[in-house]
Ligand binder design. Sequence first.
Ligand code: MG
Length: 328
Amino acid sequence: MKITMAHGSGGRSTSELIGSIFGKYFSNPVLDKMEDASVVEGSGRIAITTDSFVVTPLFFPGGNIGRLSVCGTVNDLLMSGAVPKYITFGVILEEGCDTEDLEKIVASAAETAKEAGVIVVAGDTKVVEGNGGMYINTTGVGFVPEGMDVSASNCQAGDVILVSGHLGDHHAAILSTRMEISNSIESDNAPLREMVDAMKAAGVRLHAMRDVTRGGLGTVLHEFAQSSKACMEIREKDLPVSPEVKGFCGLLGLDPLYMGNEGKMLAVVPAEDAETALSCMKNSRYGENAGIIGEVSHEKDGSVLCHTPIGGVRIVSELIGEGLPRIC
Ligand code: MG
């Protein structure tokens, strides 16, 4: 079945669509009450984040816009040190959108939410004229434990920088699909709940965390360097990039340092906690290729330096512009 303007009328077609797809997969005691606003439990410091997802194509190797829309928001909550609890799911459908596709996307979002330990507490559906497209907005709410203080401004000289796995996978997967290049590259879109929970449980002092998304690792390192007024020094030989993505980047002249992921994170921790953090990452789902990639110093405050395999040092420049839109 195709979505028509009637599905956005607010009448019977709308309620049938909501019941048969959204209600079916997102069902939980809070949402099922179908009130104008959900009332939920919680206290203390609240973390809130919102993100809109406009990726094309809607399905790509390794994932889809539904899984992505949950991962993106849950990971942002996790990076603030919060424990994710609730998520909202607003969808804008273009006329002509296939309901079978919509159902697959919603089912995938529901499965990802379950894995990430969040429940969907509110949602909205609108239909607009168009060409079968779909856009999703998710807002996440989490609670920050007592004493937790994770911030891009907390990086200190002597701290160690870790990344949780291969760079550029999501970006390369989307580009390959769009350019109809056939290869085995898959998006890494994944919720990082298990990994962050493991580091917290092991008592790792998490100074700064950020998920590596649009703009890539280079962009996150710049944000850390500027917020912390410190220098982020990385070693090129330690940057994890899969052979497939390395080959793909070589072919197109792309730099994995600026390519987006949707299931990788950067963590900055005191040197004494680095090995524990690394083993937590490596033993978690999605973290098998994690590695230590550098250290924080005061060599050149506000900058990112990269040590090359032949013993040189280059300044990693900030990404100017973004030539590759709609990867998330
Ligand atoms: Mg983020």
